[in-house]
Every structure is written in structure tokens, then in C-alpha cells.
Design a protein around this ligand. Sequence first.
Ligand SMILES: NC(=O)c1ccc[n+]([C@@H]2O[C@H](COP(=O)([O-])OP(=O)(O)OC[C@H]3O[C@@H](n4cnc5c(N)ncnc54)[C@H](O)[C@@H]3O)[C@@H](O)[C@H]2O)c1
Length: 415
Amino acid sequence: MNERGMTRRDFGKVGIAASFAAWTARKAAAETNSDTLKIGLIGCGGRGTGAARDILNERNENVQLIALADAFEGRVNNCRNSLENDDNEAISGRTNVDDDHCFVGIDAYQQLLETDVDVVLNATPPYATARHIEAIIDAGKHIFAEKPAGVDPVGIRRVIAAAEKAEEQGLSFVAGTQRRHQRQYIETIEQLQDGAIGDILAMQVYWAGGIPFAHERQEGESDLAYRVRNWIPNCWTSGANIVEQHIHNIDVINWLKGEPPRSVFASGGRAWLPDEERYGDIWDNFSCDYEYPDGTHMYSFSRWWPGGSDGGVHERVVGSQGESNCQDMGESGINPMVQEHINLVNSIRGDGPYYNEGRQVAYSTLTAIMGRMSAYTGRRILWEEAMESDLSIVPDELDFDLEYPLDPVPVPGED
Ligand SMILES: NC(=O)c1ccc[n+]([C@@H]2O[C@H](COP(=O)([O-])OP(=O)(O)OC[C@H]3O[C@@H](n4cnc5c(N)ncnc54)[C@H](O)[C@@H]3O)[C@@H](O)[C@H]2O)c1
């Protein structure tokens, strides 16, 4: 047991519920599902449409997509058309979304949750994820939620509370940190934890890529519509690159270590992003030195710069008897983005291990957030401080008629 009341096993294998109460709740939840699992999707963009395809894969029997929700009507229509016309019969044949099950608007998720869907896939931009996770679990639905779990500590605490509630109610919760469902990673992490390269002495994680997009504002587009459509470069909508993408690599090391770091000291900046509205308010690079409770360090390097991505996207760990990229001791399996949905459906039906990845994705998201907090403030941030922080960057009220001016670019040393 560590000082935070978690054993290594609790954190690393949180998906496998141990308690009898959780098992009973899960059985009860499985019995309330109809034979056909009815699926709803919130956030019908690139990943949401992909996640719908992934859960409708032919290995999952008796699943049907019946409801869609998005902030914008065009996204709902494109998603429905694309799935209905998919070449794969398992996808097109099991997409049955009626007009009255298409919901549009910034709060469209609330209407979707009033339908009789059993499972909800959430693939909105990160700003909405924490509040949607909370609402989905409150509505008694099983969930697949894309990472990151949120963009600030207040949101993360909502996700942790929701994950606990999911366990009490036997609801399954799979997160989009798909490396946890990738055979190569699973087998390698297990061997590393069993000492395959001796004691783990140091860890490195990298996400060195270009900025995914920076759209121009369209004529007459409201502040909120523009911020939500151009969500990548704004801190409150994406969390910045360390939270939005680099979480994948950070999560691998938290998984390996069995717990999150106890502190971080970071720096970074805005080296190339031009001072234009479409490039938002984020910094474009972060370098963080994380320390784990056993005194080992993880060096984390993430950036969104044009070109020069030689650093790549990867993890590396150095042990007393060798090193590993966290995948090199495992066999390749099926696409992890499909596997995570097979695991979700089996968990819901009681045909496989119970998955509740809510806490682990919340912890890895908070690990990334505390790196950003340290870089933006210039201070060392302790895990407890991040966990208890009142930092909340998503506006409470989201309304297309209100104004959401761009925030100033953070200056280090200013809280
Ligand atoms: N696991 C992975 O490897 C992976 C890969 C890509 C994206 N993602 C994650 O998936 C999420 C979505 O990314 P994307 O690439 O699909 O973005 P996207 O912009 O293509 O899609 C996001 C969709 O959400 C909609 N949306 C925004 N606010 C909404 C709200 N309040 N209610 C309902 N819909 C809303 C948008 O209109 C859009 O259609 C992000 O969190 C991203 O980090 C994960």
C-alpha cells in the first residue's frame, strides 16, 4: 500500500474488479441489458465515427447503433451517412439511427441519454469529456470514453467520482487509452513488471508531432462554434498537446509503475505558433521531469511543431539489465482500437473480465495536466496539489450566443 492508499495492483489492474459487491452489481447490470446492446454516440467527428465502426466490428454480436448526438447537424448527418454506407455489412447493417434519434446542440448529449441506449461512446473534444462521463454514468449507461478524461483537476475529480459510481452499479467503463488493450504492450509491461530488464531505473516518453489542425474562423461564426470546431489550439478545449495526445505515452509509464508520479517540474513555451486567433492560446512544447514515489524519474517531451518529428511518438525504459520500448516483448494482436470494444462488450455481458478504466484514465490525464500546470506556473507541482487543485478552465455555461474571447498565452511564473 502506498501513501495514497493504493496498491500497485489497484492502480495497474483497476479494470479487474475484485469485490463481491462489484461482481453482484455487474451481474445485475448485465441482466438489465436487452439481448441487443443499443449504442449511442456523442461526438460524431473523426474518432467518434471510427469508434462506432470499432464497436460494430463483426466480432461483437447483437450490437446496434441507434442514436447520435453532436454540437453540429452536419457532423451527425455525415457520420450517419458514412456508417450507413460502409462497405462492411457488419457496420452498415447494424447502423439503425432514426431521425428522431439524431440530436444536435451543445447539450445534445442530454437528449441522447434519455433514450434507451445501453452503451454510450463519447468522442467529443476534451473540454466536454468530464461532464459527459459524469452524466453518462448518472444515467446508468455503460461507457466508452475517448481520452483525455478532462482538461483540469476539477473535471478529473468528477471523473474519479463517476468511475466509483460505475463500479458500484456494475457499469463497464473503457477508456480510449488503447495501448492498454494492445497485446504487444500488455505482454511487455507484464514482463517488465516481472523484472525482465532488472530494476527500472529511468523512463522517457515522447510525442513530437505537428499541430493536428488550426482552422480559420468562418464568416459570422460565433465564438463558441469557432472554439469548439477549432478545438485543438485552445487550452480550455483541448488541454494542450501534453494532455490531448501525450497522455498516451504517459499512461504507459503510469501503468508500468503501477501508480502516478508524486511530483513534476516542467518548462516549455510557444516557440513557433504565430500570434493569430486560429493558433489559439496554448504553448507548443513541454519538457517535464516527473518523479515517481520510488525516486525514479520519467522524462517527458511533447510538442506540436511543424516538421522535424524525428523524436517520434514512443516510450523507452532503461533497467539495470537492459532496455525496452514497452512493446518489444509481446506478440502483435488485433487492432487495439477494435480490441477495446470487444473487451467492453464482453465486460458488459459478463463474458470476460470486468473493465472499469475510469480511475486510471483520470490519473494519467491528471499526470499530464500537472505537467502543464508546472510549466505554466514555473513551479514544482506535487500530485496531491494537482489532485486538490481548484483549477477549472472550462466555462460553466456553454451557449452559442455568449462570448468566449481567446485567453492570453500563459506567462511562466503567473499562476
Ligand atoms: N485514442 C486515440 O488514439 C484518439 C485518436 C483521435 C482522437 N482521439 C480523441 O477523440 C476525441 C475527438 O477527437 P476527433 O479527432 O474525433 O475530433 P473531431 O473534431 O473530428 O470530432 C469531435 C466531434 O465532437 C463534436 N462536439 C464538440 N462539442 C460537442 C458537444 N458538446 N456535444 C456533442 N458533440 C460535440 C464536434 O462537433 C465534432 O463532430 C478527442 O478527445 C481526441 O483526443 C483519440
